[in-house]
Design a protein around this ligand. Structure first.
Ligand code: 6R9
Length: 655
């Protein structure tokens, strides 16, 4: 291993460029000047963005960074998040505008205007007060994707209770640890929701979780599926309590730094981290980024983010950002293949969706299902496409652009985290000539860089660690109840910088490409190789829909690359045998160089993913190293590992 070894090799070359459509560029919400404006005076820039909101009291200071890494934004300012997301739009005469076109999985629908939302949120806020919930109390929310979920979040925000939304797919144990950590007083849940064509119960999980907790006084239950639920003394039906409340409620202003919500990151090891977001800075940045990155025109756009509200993407870009901007959104309860594999495209056609935001894992699944499915629907209403959650491989990006965006929609690849609260690195659709696979540049007002081991910026063309060098308004304020862990986890690897845990590179133009979690980086014959680049090379083969690679211990090279590959829909039958594996290995060697040639390729029907769609490479590493498979409890589908293990005899080890 040479001394001058790069922190992370830069193997993938991509030359395609997609300039913004002329019409979009001409009318874009944000133009290139924003970068200069923010660079000239970052705090003045954010102060201007804060004025998108209605404040009851102006701030005295934009940023207090006297005690890093504990930031205070808009110090002394006061506002109410629910008022900003709902009431002010009604007061401005837009009460009849649709906030949510909600689509249940079985095909039932509900339309909520801003006026409807105001009444529902006020009733829910009054109900929380009747249950004894007060400003500063924590409320756990464990609901399916139904309108009561955003209504509950906004009701909490309105009265100053801090919500902790727990994804509806989590187990009783996961729910219990989150309730305990936040000491939640109330749990809001439902009898169940619809998933894959049938009711999926939630209430029994809550009963089991709450049995073992001490803080919970009441459980508020929405009726969705109508299934029998066991009634405990602490249970209250939503329709009994909320429906009889007054729809009037005076919103009190809260301090800019009042805790808005806690969201637990799954964390692959140890106790989940309760990421704390506060009020003024968070709402400022989610509103600004939603306006800038999606070019949202509230008067004409129909926006749809397909994430679950249980993840940060749903918090920031289904609930707070779009509502603060007065957007009309689609919200969908179920899975993309129920009752058929064209469901999402049918929804886009039905509501004439103009802006669509989803994850690479979904895009690659659609690639696997085949181009003919989206081709059956009219998707011509679309004008901007977004991606989030994982690096998007160039091929998936181009497939998305062509097959969903009809070749004319810019794709914005948005990099951010639960911890950052809002998008940090992304193209601007009316400004940036997009490169497939690149997140491009930090947004105006954000200072990010790629650094080496020592924290020095890498030159263009080099790879390393992605860091944030200046505080930003929607940054996490701490880990709930554990300041020390906050400092240790995020602020100790490099001095005065936030380290995100991701590897990245700068290309020759200085644009940023994400290369996956640094824990996943492989060390092959002295070269640090990113999983993302090898996966992207595999996915660029016409017969590959999805790929995951891991580094497995190897006596010769230290680690060797092992790839797990899902073939594309139509390639299904033609891909058996050594021939295909050899073809893929050669393809990677041609695209990235011989150093990146996988030692072994396994053809598999599925990949292990978390419930938010991220590939769990740790489990694949167990397979590659012939170990028994580790903890599978956070998998979306725990049977996937059995499917993969059954495929093992066909694993191909070659030269
Ligand atoms: C929003 C969200 C955060 C991690 C992050 C990174 C990965 C998210 C990405 C991306 C490459 C993108 N990630 N967006 N990687 N390109 N556009 O996903 O939050 O669930 O906390 O995950 O996801 O590894 O560090 P969260």
């Amino acid at each position: 291993m040479s001394e001058s070894q790069e922190t992370l090799s830069n193997l993938l070359q991509e030359t395609r460029r997609f300039p913004p459509p002329a019409e979009l560029a001409e009318n874009a919400n944000v133009t290139a000047d924003a970068y200069d404006e923010a660079a000239a005076d970052r705090l003045a820039f954010w102060e201007k963005q804060a004025r998108r909101l209605s404040w009851s009291r102006e701030w005295d200071q934009v940023l207090d960074w006297s005690n890093p890494p504990f930031a205070k934004w808009f110090v002394g300012g006061e506002l109410n998040v629910a008022y900003n997301c709902v009431d002010r739009h009604v007061e401005a005469g837009r009460g009849a505008k649709v906030a949510f076109h909600w689509e249940g999985e079985p095909g039932d629908t509900r339309t909520l205007t801003y006026a409807d939302l105001q009444r529902e949120v006020n009733k829910a806020a009054n109900a929380l007060l009747e249950l004894g919930v007060r400003k500063g109390d924590r409320v756990a929310i464990y609901l399916p994707m139904i309108p009561e979920l955003p209504v509950s979040m906004l009701a909490c925000a309105r009265i100053g209770a801090t919500h902790s939304v727990v994804f509806g797919g989590f187990s009783a144990d996961a729910l219990r640890t989150r309730i305990d950590d936040a000491q939640a007083k109330l749990v809001i849940t439902a009898d169940g929701g619809y998933r894959r064509g049938k009711p999926s119960a939630l209430k029994p999980t809550v009963d089991e979780a709450v049995e073992a907790t001490k803080s919970v006084e009441h459980v508020l239950v929405v009726r969705r599926t109508g299934e029998d639920v066991v009634q405990n003394g602490r249970d209250v039906w939503w329709h009994d309590l909320v429906d009889r409340q007054s729809d009037q409620h005076d919103a009190e202003a809260h301090d800019a730094e009042h805790p808005l919500y806690i969201l637990y990151t799954s964390g692959t090891t140890g106790k989940p981290k309760g990421i704390l977001h506060t009020t003024g800075g968070y709402l400022t940045q989610v509103a600004y980024t939603h306006h800038a990155v999606f070019d949202l025109k509230p008067g004409s756009d129909v926006y749809w983010c397909s994430a679950d509200i249980g993840w940060v993407t749903g918090h920031s870009y289904i609930v707070y950002g779009p509502l603060a901007n007065g957007a009309t959104s689609v919200m969908y309860e179920g899975t993309p293949d129920t009752p058929h594999k064209g469901r999402w495209w049918e929804i886009i056609q039905k509501y004439k969706v103009t802006i669509f935001y989803t994850a690479p894992t979904a895009i690659r699944t659609f690639m696997k299902w085949g181009d003919d499915i989206p081709a059956q629907y009219d998707l011509s209403s679309l004008r901007v496409l977004g991606s989030v959650g994982e690096p998007i491989n160039p091929e998936a990006y181009v497939w998305y652009r062509e097959n969903i965006g009809g070749g004319h929609c810019p794709v914005v690849d948005t990099w951010w985290q639960t911890e950052t609260g809002a998008v940090m690195i992304s193209p601007l659709p009316g400004v940036t000539a997009g490169k497939p696979g690149a997140a491009m540049r930090p947004l105006p007002g954000i200072v990010a860089d790629v650094v080496d081991d020592q924290g020095n910026p890498v030159p263009d063309g080099g790879g390393g660690f992605l860091v944030l060098k200046e505080p930003w308004p929607s940054m996490l304020r701490t880990i709930w109840g554990d300041d020390e862990r906050f400092v240790k986890t995020y602020w100790s690897r490099f001095e005065d910088m936030y380290f995100a845990g991701d590897g990245a590179k700068k290309d020759d133009d200085g644009d940023i490409w994400l290369l996956g979690r640094v824990d996943d980086v492989m060390l092959v014959s002295g070269h640090n190789i990113s999983t993302t680049e090898v996966e992207s090379a595999l996915v660029s083969h016409p017969k590959v829909a999805e790929a995951a690679v891991v580094g497995a211990t190897d006596p010769v090279t230290g680690q060797a690359i092992v790839a797990f590959v899902i073939p594309r829909g139509s390639a299904g039958e033609e891909v058996e045998g050594d021939e295909f594996a050899r073809e893929l290995r050669d393809h990677v060697a041609r695209s990235l160089g011989p150093i990146a040639k996988p030692r072994q390729i396994m053809i598999v029907p599925e990949l292990p993913k978390t419930r938010s769609g991220k590939i769990m490479r740790r489990l694949l590493k167990d397979v590659a190293e012939n170990r028994s498979i580790g903890d599978v409890t956070t998998l979306a589908d725990s049977t996937v590992m059995d499917l993969i293990s059954q495929k093992l005899p066909s694993a191909k080890t070659e030269d």
